[in-house]
Design a protein around this ligand. Structure first.
Ligand SMILES: [Zn+2]
Length: 301
């Protein structure tokens, strides 16, 4: 099914000109500019992506429990469907406690063990720890290079990370700056780091050739174009999140009620009960130029 929300995203030339995004120029220049503008701004945002199972995926997140909150159900499904998945945690999670008895060193150790256990629950045995300090992450060139190296080493078909543009979640949560920084560094690692041969000559010397990704999936995103049905995997998601004992405690509620509630919210307009929502970019599909008539019906898939 293809669904559209073009009322919001499908600008016509006149609307773009009203917004002073397009200058008052000839129609051909306008059409080219609108095409480019639409491409850049994601005119196709309202179109739902098709779910697919990558052969290999790399999930990059800031903290040891981010992956479980964001995509553990999808990872569990991918693994069952034959995917190989690697996790990479950019920070050590050492700031995630207000217990006066806890130290940063001790917490970092505990959280590494929790992350490994959480991965095992969904069939992920390989967890990379980049070791940056929790709470202080910046999307520096150094962080980017480490993620490029990882992408070229793991050679995934899909990279999953947190959406760096998410500043707030409704009126409930100001997004953690580490989540934004991890997403920012990862997207910069994807393009131009992972696929441009001369971007990192030193990696070529190590035998780490460029990788052409099929897609990028963003979690912690406010404008998803794909909701994955995780109905069969909601128990695995709860079980993997529960591995983060230092973070979750008893907060999951009776039988993971909190997680179920989040997953039901994500699937609210879907024909299934539990979902995880993503904004997905896919690079191997034919690209169609956006149309200037936002009222025109979309083709059925
Ligand atoms: Zn986090």
């Amino acid at each position: 099914m293809i669904r559209s929300s073009r009322g919001r995203w499908g600008w016509g030339i006149e609307q773009a000109r009203d917004q002073q995004i397009l200058p008052d120029r000839g129609i051909l220049a306008d059409r080219w500019a609108l095409g480019f503008l639409s491409w850049v701004m994601g005119c196709e945002l309202g179109v739902e992506m098709e779910y697919w199972t990558p052969a290999r995926a790399l999930v990059v997140a800031a903290h040891p429990d981010d992956i479980e909150f964001g995509c553990a159900g999808t990872v569990a499904r991918w693994v069952q469907e034959g995917a190989h998945v690697t996790y990479a945690l950019v920070t050590n999670g050492a700031a995630g406690s207000s217990d006066p008895e806890m130290t940063r060193e001790r917490l970092a150790e505990l959280r590494e063990a929790e992350a490994r256990a959480a991965g095992k629950v969904v069939g992920v045995d390989h967890v990379e720890f980049l070791g940056y300090e929790d709470g202080l992450l910046e999307p520096t060139l150094e962080v980017r290079e480490k993620i490029v190296r990882l992408i070229r080493r793991v050679r995934p078909e899909v990279v999953v990370t947190t959406d760096p543009t998410t500043r707030y979640f409704a009126d409930r949560y100001i997004n953690h700056p580490d989540h934004r920084a991890a997403g920012e560094a990862t997207l910069a690692a994807v393009i131009p780091g992972s696929d441009t041969r001369l971007a990192y000559p030193e990696l070529l010397e190590e035998g780490l050739e460029p990788v052409k990704l099929v897609g990028v999936w963003l979690m912690m995103n406010m404008e998803p174009n794909l909701v994955v049905d995780i109905g069969e995997f909601i128990d695995k998601k709860i079980e993997s999140l529960a591995c983060h004992v230092t973070q979750i405690g008893d907060d999951l509620g009776e039988e993971g009620g909190f997680v179920r509630g989040m997953a039901e919210f994500s699937a609210a307009d879907q024909p299934f009960q539990y979902g995880e929502a993503f904004r997905v970019f896919r690079y191997d599909l034919p690209w169609e130029p956006p149309r200037s008539d936002p009222e025109a019906p979309l083709s059925e898939a």
